[in-house]
Design a protein around this ligand. Structure first.
Ligand code: ZN
Length: 145
């Protein structure tokens, strides 16, 4: 299996087909069967500190690479424009280093956020702005009812 077909779904089906990368925007997650054929489900949540999805219209890429260290197969590969690019398997020390780096990355990302008391979700900001500058409030600002 050297390619995966992406499929946008609302819900991840109970039974997965091999060779399909199921993507749900609702849950910001992708799921696929490990490409080695071991039958394990590989779950890749999308977040600033987890995986990123790049959609090209006809294919997708997922960054960074996928390392199934908790499976026996210890598969490690990239999904680049629906193509599987096999990468070197890591030894235990490398896996631990990767996990530590991930932890640090997550920690600093969320620490930075919490150090900004004025941080607002973009949605909140947009709502407020819309409300503030709606036509109605603009006219009432000018004295019209
Ligand atoms: Zn596998």
């Amino acid at each position: 299996m050297e390619t995966l077909q992406h499929r946008f779904v609302e819900f991840i089906p109970e039974v997965l087909d091999e060779g399909i990368l199921y993507i749900t925007m609702e849950y910001r997650t992708a799921v696929h069967m490990c490409v080695c054929g071991c039958g394990n489900e590989v779950i890749t949540p999308f977040s600033p500190t987890d995986w990123h999805l790049r959609f090209y219209g006809d294919s997708v890429s997922i960054y960074p690479s996928i390392g199934s260290w908790s499976f026996k197969c210890r598969s490690h590969y990239w999904i680049t424009r629906n193509r599987i690019e096999h990468a070197e398997s890591w030894n235990d020390r490398e896996v631990q280093q990767g996990r530590d780096a991930d932890k640090m990355n997550k920690k600093s990302f969320y620490d930075e956020k919490s150090q900004e008391p004025k941080f607002e979700k973009p949605g909140t900001k947009l709502n407020r702005k819309t409300k503030k500058w709606s036509l109605k409030s603009f006219f009432s600002f000018l004295g019209f009812k």
